[in-house]
Design a protein around this ligand. Sequence first.
Ligand SMILES: Cc1ncc(COP(=O)(O)O)c(C=O)c1O
Length: 391
Amino acid sequence: MKLATRISRISVSKTMAVMEAAIKLREQGIDVVDFGPGEPDFPTPDNVKQAGIRAIQENFTKYTAIGGIKELKKAIVEKHSRDFGSKYDISECVVNFGGKHALFNVFAAVADEGDDVIIPTPYWVTFGDIARYVNANPIFLDTKEADGFRLTADLLARSLTPRTRMVVVNSPNNPSGAVLDNEEFGRIAKLCRDRDIFLLSDECYSHFLYDGRKPFSVASFTDLKSHIIIAGSISKTYAMTGWRIGYVLALPEIIGGIVKLQSHSTSNPTSISQKAALEALTGPQESVGIMLAEYAKRRKFVLERLRAIPGVKCAEPGGAFYAYPNISAAFGRGGVKDSVDFSAKLLEKVHVAVTPGEAFGTSDHVRMSYATSMEQLDKGLKRMHEFMAGL
Ligand SMILES: Cc1ncc(COP(=O)(O)O)c(C=O)c1O
């Protein structure tokens, strides 16, 4: 059957393929260690769950304003301002069904057919496919592993053309965990303003920073606000992936475009989730620090164990909850040709699921999520070590 061209331009997320293979093995009763999932293994904090339950009991179960309830938008802009020093009015905020939906709606509102959208590599799988869906051109810009996969203003300046409409930056980065230097981020934003290009900053992991580094948003450069678009999410920060709440902060014209689109597609984000999100942002914040401390422990453990595997190199992830080791030393051994092969054989032989770097635009790496227990990390890394040694 012939489907619409726009659907043929995109493919199912490559990260799903590993997940499905791991599920099949599990169904056969095999003990799989899964480093695939990009979601917190913690439960949603109790105060947030209670707010959701209260919303149901109080019959807050009907349509709300399309762009989200006023209290939630107020909580988002106020928290963003407290955390990062940004200055947004509630007319510059729209609530969406998660960060992915926020990003999708930004692309739909801003990128025209034939526009170039610059996406630094390694990138989160979804960026390229959203660009293709809206018939824009994703332009992948390689960053260097030796520089910790960090984008610089110089590198970006060399790749801008009159067709460039938007640059997507995701710091802390999925998959590499790379975190941009704050001043460099400012230089990138200034370059975008000077060249009249939008800078879309995906802040999904903005609260997951290590070694005492403070959360940062490029929106703290308030004088560059005209060209900055923030896509935010509460999914990871509050272990709320299933509740589906994200947001966009941008000029009122862009927000208006997104609200128009939501008015004909999703309508309002789920009323119950909005109340839960309101509690997450305005209630006690202790759970965020507790989860972060646990991720920090795991990150240290994973890095030590990965670097102890002969041939494996791993850049230090400054944020998020992923490690992105270079496993190219395995290529040419035991029939392993590339990282897709590596991941398939690792799963088949020792039942450890990782995501091949191909999904993120690099071929020498695999992504490992450490949003899982220490026990699983220990078991999986032992198996991976043995696998590499036996190739
Ligand atoms: C870089 C990045 N941005 C955005 C998202 C979207 O998350 P959500 O739609 O759950 O808010 C994810 C989720 O994995 C992500 O990794």
